[in-house]
Design a protein around this ligand. Structure first.
Ligand SMILES: Nc1ncnc2c1ncn2[C@@H]1O[C@H](COP(=O)(O)OP(=O)(O)OP(=O)(O)O)[C@@H](O)[C@H]1O
Ligand SMILES: [Mg+2]
Length: 230
């Protein structure tokens, strides 16, 4: 198995207004595909958001590919692509091609370089024929592919996806799931309630009540989760 750069949490806790969302989380992750599972409100999104500095620790230390999200958030956000459940909320520009190109702003690329990267990314994600279409005219699954394209065009080192298939129908969910799990070159952190997707990852982390209850072989972690919630 290829070893990816580390994600390391050392005694990390997060409090929001006196309430603890994450409690003393310590883990080192170098696997390619990392699933994050657990009950509602268990701390999964809080964990995911720490990976690009959207949430910073109240105590403890986080390192993501050698960077400290609390101090190097700007650098990190360039290297971490974040995808949410709601594809509509991730569209920022009127057309499909413009939306993907928007991710490359401020990087000092020439117009031809931008055009080349946008068209090859749209091609790879089956969106080339929609390049000039209004982004909001796409289907839910196509919009999520667009969101993924807009992230991948920036060549991030890490993709964090927080329930990326939650709002999609079965066939679109399968399509997005397959792209994330089978076609990414980079490390992936996938927060999901879809245990079949989680089972296809290289490691699963299970959160409960803000604690990292266990992490390991996805099949085993999922089996215990299902048993506890049967
Ligand atoms: N910005 C915030 N302000 C206050 N409390 C928050 C904030 N974000 C999360 N929390 C709290 O932290 C806890 C963990 O929330 P989190 O969103 O990480 O859970 P989750 O595991 O992603 O749940 P779900 O499966 O429902 O998405 C919850 O009790 C939540 O209310
Ligand atoms: Mg969540």
């Amino acid at each position: 198995m290829t070893t990816h750069p580390h994600i390391a949490f050392d005694a990390v806790s997060v409090e929001f207004a006196g309430r603890t969302a994450l409690r003393d989380v310590s883990v080192v992750l170098h696997q390619k595909r990392i699933a994050v599972i657990g009950s509602n409100g268990s701390g999964k999104s809080t964990f995911a958001r720490m990976l690009n500095g959207l949430v910073t620790p109240s105590s403890g230390e986080v390192r993501v590919h050698g960077l400290d999200p609390a101090r190097q958030g700007k650098q990190l956000r360039r290297r971490v692509g974040f995808i949410f459940s709601n594809p509509d909320a991730q569209i920022v520009m009127p057309t499909v091609a413009e939306d993907v190109a928007f991710s490359l702003r401020g990087r000092g690329l020439s117009r031809p370089e931008i055009d080349e990267r946008v068209s090859s990314t749209l091609e790879a994600y089956g969106l080339a024929i929609h390049a000039e279409a209004p982004a909001h005219s796409l289907s839910g699954g196509q919009k999520q592919l667009l969101a993924l394209s807009a992230i991948l065009v920036g060549k991030p080192d890490l993709v964090v996806a927080d329930e990326p298939t939650a709002l999609l129908d079965a066939s679109n969910a399968r399509r997005i799931g397959n792209h994330l799990l089978d076609e990414l070159a980079q490390q992936l952190v996938l927060v999901t309630h879809d245990l079949r997707l989680a089972a296809r990852c290289d490691i699963a982390l299970r959160f409960e009540e803000g604690r990292l209850l266990e992490h390991g072989e996805p099949r085993d972690v999922i089996a215990r989760y299902e048993r506890d919630h049967a």
